[in-house]
Design a protein around this ligand. Structure first.
Ligand code: CMC
Length: 380
């Protein structure tokens, strides 16, 4: 019998999970039994993290205790922040982020113990510190001093505060929070798979998360949000969208960033919510350029994909680009923002993986030569 090959691990189930369900035909995303479209504007990121990690939404007391736990962990060791000062000013924020996660391991008192209590301790620390070091890098590369976290603020509010030094408005904090909730978890996407596969050797959490950050950076995954904005900036106007899309699609392998998904055959439910957030921000700010361009790109892609009989719709990265632009973030920060959210999902998966581990070891079908006659170096 011919062996089966599933390129890109398409359609492969690596295990069972209690964390997240995605129905790509219905366009449904469920965190621990709750529909994302209900969670998005009704709960905070902290509640979602608690839900992903503990399996239940917290009651008031549990939430207060969890917030307190995280706020006590917000501060990143100075030595790790100082590494940013040695990086070139034009270093990619994802390279800086990967370096920071890796460095944090050396400052942890017990990085290698993968027992349940210790990885939960490290998980809280990473969730609390991702926003702190991401904001610190942004300020350092702009010649500014990092701002200490404010233990009284939420993760979303603190992130905005540590970037600008100003108390964010409730509206901006809410938009940030919704974006982070939407990006917190998404099943066995590439970076989560990488985190689980790395952890499956029983290496430490920091190694698994460093690998996950590396995977997220790619333009086919979390790097797509940056690529979307770079594309919109390059096009520059609503009128430029159609020729750009037609030209790109006419090239072999041409891709429009922010479109398509391995699982969704209908519109990504996160994109539906982010589209409305983007529309709202455009109306509020009076700067509708990026939203209008996004709408036009969606329109042209819908028409072209329908013509080719393909179901290629906007994904989470498409409308998050205009949202982050209107919140004032530089485009290369979009993927780090994704990581600030996704660290919670990565950790939820590591709790499952370490909790019932089997090493991941798939196979390749060898098609190279066999039976070759060896020649010593002098005879080749
Ligand atoms: N633009 C144009 N055509 C596309 C696109 C796109 N963005 N995405 C897929 N297609 C076409 C592709 O050319 C192929 O056509 P054909 O069958 O004629 O060769 C067909 O759709 C299937 O594509 P695929 O590459 O086999 O699909 P995949 O499941 O392996 O890849 C993907 C999924 C997300 C990598 C891909 O859709 C893509 O490259 N999208 C652009 C990058 C992007 O937006 N990534 C973010 C993904 S969602 C959030 C996240 O993970 O961060």
């Amino acid at each position: 019998m011919e062996p089966t090959i599933n390129r890109g691990l398409d359609g492969i189930n690596i295990d069972t999970s209690q964390i997240c369900s995605i129905d790509g035909m219905k366009g449904e995303l469920i965190y621990r039994g709750y529909d994302i479209s209900e969670l998005a504007d009704k709960v905070s990121l902290e509640e979602v993290i608690y839900l992903l990690w503990e399996g239940e939404l917290p009651d008031r007391q549990q939430l207060d205790a969890f917030r307190q736990e995280l706020s006590e962990l917000f501060t990143v060791p100075t030595e790790v922040i100082d590494i940013f000062r040695t990086l070139p000013k034009d270093a990619h924020p994802m390279h800086a982020m990967r370096t920071a996660v890796s460095a944090l391991a050396s400052f942890d008192e017990n990085p290698d113990d993968v027992g349940a209590a210790n990885i939960r301790r490290i998980g809280a620390k990473l969730v609390a510190q991702f926003p702190t070091f991401t904001a610190a890098f942004e300020r350092i590369r702009n010649g500014q001093e990092p701002i200490d976290p404010d233990p009284g603020l939420s993760i979303a509010g603190n992130f905005l505060f540590m970037l600008s030094g100003e108390r964010p408005s409730e509206a901006a904090t809410k938009v940030m929070d919704v974006a982070l909730v939407l990006h917190a978890e998404h099943g066995t996407n590439a970076s989560t798979f990488v985190a689980r596969a790395t952890a499956s050797t029983l290496t430490d959490v920091y190694s698994a998360i460093t690998a996950a950050v590396s995977s997220l950076k790619g333009p086919l995954h979390g790097g797509a949000n940056t690529a979307v904005m770079q594309t919109l900036e390059q096009i520059g106007s609503v009128e430029g969208i159609e020729p750009y899309v037609l030209d790109t699609l006419s090239q072999p392998g041409g891709r429009i960033m922010g479109f398509g998904h391995r699982v969704y055959r209908v519109l990504d439910p996160r994109a539906i919510i982010l589209k409305e957030v983007s529309r709202h921000l455009a109306q509020e700010s009076g700067d509708s350029k990026w939203f209008e361009m996004s709408l036009e790109m969606e329109r042209v892609m819908d028409r072209e994909m329908a013509r080719d009989g393909k179901q290629i719709k906007p994904n989470v990265d498409f409308f998050s680009a205009s949202v982050y632009r209107m919140l004032g973030f530089p485009s290369d920060m979009y993927t780090p923002i994704f990581a600030v959210a996704r660290i919670s999902g990565w950790m939820a998966h590591l709790y499952e993986q370490y909790g019932d581990n089997r090493i991941m070891r798939p196979r390749l079908i060898y098609e190279g030569p066999m039976g070759r006659a060896f020649k010593p170096l002098g005879e080749r």
